[in-house]
Design a protein around this ligand. Sequence first.
Ligand SMILES: Nc1nc(=O)c2c([nH]1)NC[C@@H]1CN(c3ccc(C(=O)N[C@@H](CCC(=O)O)C(=O)O)cc3)CN21
Ligand SMILES: CC(C)C(=O)C(=O)O
Ligand SMILES: [Mg+2]
Length: 274
Amino acid sequence: MSVQSAIRRRTAPDIRARKNGDPIVMLTSYHAHTAALVDRYCDVILVGDSLGNVMHGFETTVPVTLDMMILQGRAVMRGSQQALVVVDMPFGSYEASKEQAFHSAARILKETLCGAVKLEGGVKMAETIAFLSARGIPVMGHVGLTPQSINTLGSFRAQGREEGTWQPLEDDARAVAEAGAFSMVIEAVAEPLARRITETVAIPTIGIGASPACDGQVLVLEDMLGLSPRAPKFVRRYGELGPMIEAAIEGYARDVRSRAFPGPEHVYAMKPKS
Ligand SMILES: Nc1nc(=O)c2c([nH]1)NC[C@@H]1CN(c3ccc(C(=O)N[C@@H](CCC(=O)O)C(=O)O)cc3)CN21
Ligand SMILES: CC(C)C(=O)C(=O)O
Ligand SMILES: [Mg+2]
């Protein structure tokens, strides 16, 4: 047996079993080299449809396709060994029917070999989550702010911050849990609501802008690295890669223009005559 295959990857049931345990650590990655780094420290790697914003410069995640998710999912699986890899189902690939969702999710599992999919929505998606879960596809839910619904929501705004707005959000979280999801992302909700949901559902909640009360946390890697031009308020920057990359590019351009690069050590000399 190869060394690689001797390392057992985390599974959806492993993550499910972490309810009320040590916090679940999750970050996004869309490519092999960052996946290898994230894999050393995280329990879950999310191949998020935020790749539409981060990699492709779209304003929203709406234009992201199934083929884009599968291509990046394959890269992340090649780069990682131990983390559970979860691939986002993109807008338009699952909402029409539970059969459409199964077809899309099966493609994701078969073509990337990832361990689970994630889809947005609560009560309205519960039947779909149950259908997939019963047929061998682990589903991570995603409730609160659901960015794929930007065109009906109107703006990316935190949820549950006004009195009397909690009920539909609590209903969504309960529906996702009872449908058989192994965990759920809670995005941009008021802290007391995130705590209430986390205390009432039986599966782990993974927060993004949803307070420390959740059973785990997730951020978009490029946001926390300081590589995204604009990041939401809930992001803490753990690095300033934007300025670092710019300084490197500036140095390269300067050296090429002054012929300081390439140096002697980067040049191929002729081989001696034999
Ligand atoms: N790079 C990136 N990071 C993300 O966290 C992310 C994506 N892309 N794309 C998909 C969704 C969209 N998300 C977003 C996008 C914008 C805000 C935002 O601008 N929020 C403002 C206003 C909040 C309010 O009005 O309450 C903020 O200041 O946080 C939040 C979440 C989170 N997701
Ligand atoms: C923000 C996270 C949870 C996500 O869904 C994504 O990166 O697409
Ligand atoms: Mg997403």
